[in-house]
Design a binder for this molecule. Structure first.
Ligand code: HEM
Length: 524
């Protein structure tokens, strides 16, 4: 049993009783078999003993977390839904907060509920030196102020950059041509983001590409390797993790490349990982387009309308007119998005309205993979409906504003980011931000935008640390999809199903090896 406790967590962040009595006669064989697996998997490391949990079960639940965290989160959420409960992760117990309670937490200050501490712990910053530090505050500020506005003005330049990437790294596709889209998309997004953030001189440099693409992968491998060792061994174990040296070298390289360009040295770690989040979602959208041929027609028609004249690429509002595409991307993200969200560490004890007590030191997560399949919020959750959110936006055209409430089914009165203790910065974004807290009407009609966040909309997180790069990501993904749809037909091989995602620990990524067929469209 991996799910430990339903609610009223007035306990240390460890489970209550989940021990399974094993007859003494079988105990030796049982322990020997499971221990052999545990030893193999954990490189002879037995995790810290917990007085309530037997080592074998600990190992089993950790293995489950490693290879099927999405199923674990989805199944446990289905069971407990509106209650807080606990799960064992590879790094210890995590308390899972449902959407009905998260509103009480998302506006809390950093000294009570910390995102930075949680991220630093998850990244094992002590060894990797990757952390949500002062640099990420600067980056967040830049993203919220300058970057998104600049991007809207840069659409035309980015289109040119994408054309260049297609010309140099994409097959001609005169007839149906199989192509592994995932690796291409990583490079394409790296180039596009590089063009926006560091300019054309660096964005086309292979050295920059290599650092920016590989950085997040190297960091992920380093963290995973370190996690195999118990915390007390890590001060020594770090010297066996070669990726830690690569991280340091890559950071030095990035700084050397950036120094001539900017006075302020930013840690490139945040933007490096965003290349993967953005390219993963773009790849998922392409897999979904390949499966849902009818959506290609619908979205192409919209793109043709918006970009009827070449000058439309120069208009900063053009991309925002792609409303059906906005819905399609959000639906793709709903079904393929992250497993959990809202990673936070409790710094001061918190009592929730249902009696749940969260002692300081508790590590929190929200069950995103479960919420996305909750039929109360998303009717027919298993069905891919590319226009789901567009239809809801159409229904929302009604002029009667409704005060947001928390959380509501998507078929009923909608809400957006609605902290009980409202966090102003949680909704701060560019002026075009749908999450602006200025007018209730705007709040309502924006609930279904790809970039909207809310208690049941946590793909970009929640509260004041919600992703500030989501507006940027939206522009990039729409540009790439619109351009591809205008110029190519897309399909899977006959009889092939949608490529399956790869799940490893908390990460879910689209298949890196699947091939999609592209054929260049004849000019009309
Ligand atoms: C589809 C693409 C993306 C997804 C799914 C995504 C998702 C997320 C999530 C879940 C968080 C954590 C939020 C929280 O804890 O409440 C986050 C934080 C962040 N993201 Fe993104 N992101 C994406 C693209 C980007 C891009 C393109 C950038 C930058 C150009 C970016 C920059 C950041 C930064 C700086 C933070 C840290 C914010 C803070 O701690 O205050 N992200 N992102």
């Amino acid at each position: 049993m991996d799910v430990l406790q339903t609610q009223n967590l007035n306990l240390t962040p460890v489970a209550n009783d989940i021990s399974h009595p094993i007859p003494t006669s079988n105990r030796f064989i049982y322990y020997a078999a499971i221990s052999a697996i545990a030893i193999g998997v954990w490189l002879f490391h037995l995790p810290k003993r917990d007085p309530h949990v037997t080592v074998p079960f600990y190992a089993v639940s950790r293995i489950k977390w490693m290879f099927s965290a999405d199923t674990l989160v989805r199944d446990s959420y289905r069971k407990f839904r509106d209650s807080a409960y606990q799960i064992r992760s590879t790094e210890g117990v995590r308390t899972i907060i449902p959407p009905t309670l998260v509103g009480e937490l998302k506006g809390l200050p950093e000294d009570t509920l910390s995102a930075k501490t949680a991220v630093s712990e998850a990244m094992l910053s002590e060894y990797t030196h990757l952390s949500a530090d002062a640099h990420s505050d600067i980056l967040t500020l830049l993203l919220k102020t300058k970057a998104t506005h600049n991007l809207q003005r840069m659409v035309s330049a980015l289109k040119e950059e994408f054309q260049f990437i297609l010309a140099t790294e994409f097959p001609a596709c005169e007839d149906w041509t199989p192509f592994r889209i995932q690796p291409f998309m990583v490079r394409a997004v790296s180039r596009l983001s590089g063009r926006a953030f560091v300019g054309p001189s660096l964005s086309r440099s292979e050295e920059w590409m290599s650092v920016s693409v590989n950085f997040a992968i190297t960091a992920f491998i380093a963290v995973t390797k370190l996690q195999f060792f118990p915390p007390w061994m890590r001060p020594v174990a770090q010297y066996f993790v070669s990726e830690l040296r690569t991280i340091r070298k890559d950071l030095a390289k990035a700084q050397a490349m950036l120094e001539p360009l900017i006075e302020e040295r930013l840690n490139s770690a945040d933007t490096a990982s965003s290349i993967h989040t953005t390219s993963n979602l773009t790849t998922d959208c392409i897999y979904d387009l390949a499966v849902h041929q009818d959506m290609q027609d619908v979205l192409r028609e919209e793109a043709v309308e918006v970009f009827a004249e070449e000058e439309a690429w120069d208009r900063k509002d053009s991309i925002n007119k792609l409303k059906k595409m906005d819905s399609f991307i959000k639906e793709s993200q709903r079904l393929s998005g992250n497993i959990t969200s809202f990673i936070r560490k409790v710094m001061k004890p918190i009592d929730l309205s249902d009696g749940t007590h969260l002692p300081s030191g508790t590590s929190l997560l929200t069950p995103l993979a479960g919420i996305s399949f909750d039929e109360r919020y998303f009717p027919d959750p298993e069905v891919f409906d590319g226009l789901r959110f567009w239809k809801l936006r159409q229904q929302q055209q009604s002029p009667t504003p409704t005060r947001p409430s928390s959380p509501t089914p998507l078929t009923q009165a909608p809400s957006t980011e609605t902290p009980k203790t409202p966090s102003k910065s949680a909704t701060t974004g560019p002026s075009s931000s749908p999450a602006s807290s200025q007018t209730p009407l705007l709040l309502n009609s924006s609930r279904y935008h790809f970039t909207s966040i809310g208690d049941t909309n946590q793909n970009f997180g929640l509260g004041k640390h919600a992703c500030p790069g989501r507006f940027f990501a939206a522009q990039e993904i729409k540009l790439v999809l619109a351009y591809l749809l205008l110029n190519y037909d897309i399909k899977l091989r006959d009889g092939e199903a949608r490529p399956k995602p790869v799940v490893f620990m908390m990460t879910k990524s689209p298949s890196q090896t699947a091939e999609v067929l592209f054929r260049r469209r004849k000019a009309a």
